[in-house]
Structures are given as structure tokens and as C-alpha cells.
Write a protein that binds this ligand. Structure first.
Ligand SMILES: C[S@@+](CC[C@H](N)C(=O)[O-])C[C@H]1O[C@@H](n2cnc3c(N)ncnc32)[C@H](O)[C@@H]1O
Length: 385
């Protein structure tokens, strides 16, 4: 269902007033999802179709789009793929890496191209593997892998990090844990790291506990990630910074901010990515979690700081489009209502233009039986200083 706010004022940019997200998507965006969005899992990801649709609604070709809470870079990639320039920020190093990867993908013409790139790293990775100190690895991390797989994995992580190859590194983290043969861990879940050793005991599933070579699996993963590439113009400006959403400095004001903020402590962006973060050198996920998964009170404070900072980032007349779930929290207020009230009551220069809603299918939830959002709303504000 979609409804317009009473003070909705159409500018030339808006092309979707009064239609629901669902109908917009089915009429043009469904099925356009790129394989690049499947590089590596990330909780709380925006649906690419919604990102594409939101971008189309609030901007034009050549515009500069900013996603301050960019997560896995869904908005950034969709903005780039639709001819917009894109900037993102996120405080989570794993999110930053996936976003970097999506903005700097390989574009192999054949399997041989991937072989060529990865084979060139192989001897260095073998050297780094030999140098890896397995005894220094935290036992909970080591418990996910055959020791020789872990050795290979650590070697590849250090080689790809040294070469700043974000794309291959993100793909490597994408195969870090799962129960399928193309992945590196003992049987485990894919998104959030839990071992599934009770479901798949070693006595019955011995092959799932054997050494798994990294290189052939990484090559296949890269080919899968590149199997459905959008039409990308590599000359378009795009970047992502590892920094706070209220701290970005720009030399040019942006035309639109399109984002989905962290959901008031409901999702744990560091805890649930702790194994991949550990491989990236973040040993203390608890500390990071406090910053990236704010509780209700911290969320209100954080949004206030952002709304203030974004006044120096957004062009006058530009759009702020925020995607929020319908979650209620300790405040007993729906998140979409809370954000709308927060913005319009305190920050009078952001005017609510329209609100659009979309139902979240159960199949898309990362956690079963979670008390998560049943629907998402796109809140569209105009910045009129
Ligand atoms: C709802 S997720 C964004 C998901 C993203 N749209 C996607 O499709 O993957 C919110 C993101 O905000 C990030 N975050 C939380 N607090 C932040 C802050 N103060 N500054 C920058 N990023 C922050 C989290 O790390 C998380 O990646």
C-alpha cells in the first residue's frame, strides 16, 4: 500500500507518486538483480529491486547519490548501474569491503581471465600460508575449519589484502562458511556463523570435514559473482569510505541520499558477521557492535547527528529517501513513524513528500521466527533549507 503525505509537492523528478513499491517493482525492476549482489552475505540487506526503484524515483542519470549506511553496497551498485555517481559510508569494515568490491568488480570475459589473475597470486598466497601462525588463531575461529584449510585461507586473506584486491577478497569471504562443497568451513550456516556439526556429525558426513583447497573454490565463486553483470560504465565516479555516517566531507553536494539506517539494535551488524570480520583483523566484534547496532536511544541521537550533518551534504531541493522497517521497539513506536516524527518535528528543512510501503516475504528473512519487520516503508523527504 502507498499513500501520499498531505503536503506532498511534486517536483519534475518524481515519477511514481501514489503507486506502491510492489507495483513499481513488478512493472520494471524484478529480475534485474545482478549476481554482484551475491558476492558475500550481509544481514539487513536492501532488496536490489527496491534500491533500483528508489534511485529511479528520486534522481536522474549523472546525479550524485549518497548512501551513508551503505552496508553491502546495494544502493551504490544500483546507482552506478543506472548511470548515477555514487558515494557510500559505513563504519563496518566488512560492509566497506563488500561495497568496495561491488564498485570495483572484475569484468572477466572468460574463465581464463580469472585463472590468469588468481594464478598470479598463488605462489605469494602459498608463502603467506606457510607463514600463518595457526596457534595464534582464536579457538572459536579455528573450530570452523580443517587446520590446513584455515592455513590456506589465512594465506589468501593476507595476499589479497596486501594487493588491495577488494573484489577477490570479498568473494573469498563469501565462501568462508556454509555447508556446501564450494565453501571452506566445516558444515555451518552461511550468513551468521554457526557450526552445524550436530546436524552433520563427522562420523556420518566425513567428507564435510576434509581439507578444502581455496584456489579452485575461489575461482568458481568469482565466476558465479560475475555471471550476471549489469551494464557498467567504469568511467563513472564511485567510492566508499570507512567512516561514520555523520562524518563524510564532500567537495560537491549530493542530489539525493538513499539509505536504510541500522534498525535500533534489532540486527547485530558486527556480531552476525564476526567470523568474516575476524578474518579482516577485527578481533573485538563486541566493541564494533556497540557502534554499528545502536539501541533505540542511541539511534535517535545518531539520526539527529546525521540529519544535522547532511544539511551540508545535500543540495537544496535534494531528496532524502530513507527505507525503514515497521519494527516497534522499546519506544513502542513504529520505526517509520519514529523516523518521520524525528525528521519533521525537529528538522523543519526536511519536508515529508511521500511514503511508500512494501511487504517483506518470510523467505527473505535471515533469522527464522524473528520479530522483524513485516513491511518496509520508503520515506521520501525534500530538503528545503
Ligand atoms: C540496514 S544496514 C544497511 C544495509 C544496506 N542498505 C545493504 O543493502 O546492505 C545499516 C548499516 O549501517 C551501518 N552503520 C551503523 N551505524 C553506522 C554509523 N554510525 N555510520 C556508518 N554506518 C553505520 C551498519 O554497519 C550497517 O551496515
Amino acid at each position: 500500500m502507498a499513500y501520499e503525505n498531505a503536503n506532498s509537492s511534486n517536483t519534475g523528478r518524481q515519477r511514481s507518486t501514489g503507486r506502491s513499491v510492489a507495483s513499481e517493482i513488478s512493472s520494471g525492476f524484478e529480475g534485474r538483480t545482478s549476481s554482484l549482489h551475491t558476492l558475500s552475505p550481509y544481514i539487513g540487506k536492501m532488496r536490489p529491486e527496491i534500491a533500483a526503484w528508489a534511485i529511479e524515483c528520486v534522481s536522474e542519470m549523472g546525479d550524485l547519490i549518497y548512501d551513508p549506511f551503505c552496508g553491502s553496497g546495494t544502493v551504490l551498485l544500483e546507482a552506478w548501474a543506472s548511470g548515477r555517481r555514487a558515494i557510500g559510508t559505513d563504519l563496518n569494515p566488512y560492509a566497506w569491503l563488500i561495497s568496495q568490491a561491488k564498485l570495483n568488480p572484475y569484468a572477466p570475459k572468460s574463465e581464463a581471465d580469472v585463472d590468469l589473475i588468481l594464478d598470479a597470486y598463488a605462489s605469494e598466497a602459498a608463502h603467506d600460508s606457510d607463514a600463518a601462525q595457526l596457534q595464534d588463531v582464536d579457538p572459536w575461529v579455528a573450530s570452523f575449519f580443517h587446520p590446513e584449510t584455515l592455513r590456506d585461507l589465512l594465506g589468501w586473506v593476507s595476499t589479497l589484502s596486501r594487493h588491495h584486491d577488494a573484489f577477490a577478497l570479498a568473494c573469498l569471504l563469501g565462501i568462508a562458511h556454509h555447508q556446501r562443497p564450494g565453501f571452506l568451513s566445516y558444515p555451518a550456516s552461511h550468513t551468521i556463523p554457526y557450526l552445524r556439526t550436530s546436524k552433520f556429525p563427522e562420523s556420518e558426513f566425513g567428507e564435510m570435514y576434509m581439507y578444502r583447497a581455496v584456489l579452485p573454490r575461489l575461482k568458481k565463486k568469482i565466476l558465479r559473482a560475475c555471471s550476471k553483470m549489469p551494464d557498467l560504465d567504469f568511467s563513472i565516479q564511485r567510492s566508499v569510505e570507512l567512516c561514520d555516517a555523520a562524518a563524510l566531507q564532500v567537495t560537491e553536494r549530493v542530489d539525493a541520499i538513499v539509505t536504510s539506517p541500522p534498525y535500533m539494535g534489532q540486527l547485530d551488524y558486527a556480531r552476525d558477521n564476526r567470523l568474516r570480520l575476524h578474518l579482516l583483523g577485527v578481533k573485538n566484534w563486541e566493541e564494533l557492535n556497540r557502534d554499528v547496532s545502536p539501541n533505540a536511544a542511541q539511534f535517535v541521537k545518531q539520526m539527529g547527528q546525521c540529519l544535522d550533518a547532511w544539511r551540508c551534504i545535500l543540495k537544496p531541493g535534494g531528496t532524502l529517501a530513507i527505507l525503514v522497517g515497521d519494527t516497534t521497539n522499546t519506544t513502542r513506536k513504529r520505526l517509520d513513524t519514529l523516523v518521520t516524527d524525528l525528521v519533521t518535528n525537529t528538522w523543519h528543512d526536511y519536508e515529508l513528500d511521500q511514503v511508500l510501503e512494501s511487504h517483506i516475504p518470510d523467505a527473505r528473512r535471515a533469522r527464522k521466527n524473528c520479530k522483524g519487520s513485516q513491511s518496509e516503508s520508503l520515506l521520501v523527504f525534500r530538503f528545503r533549507p
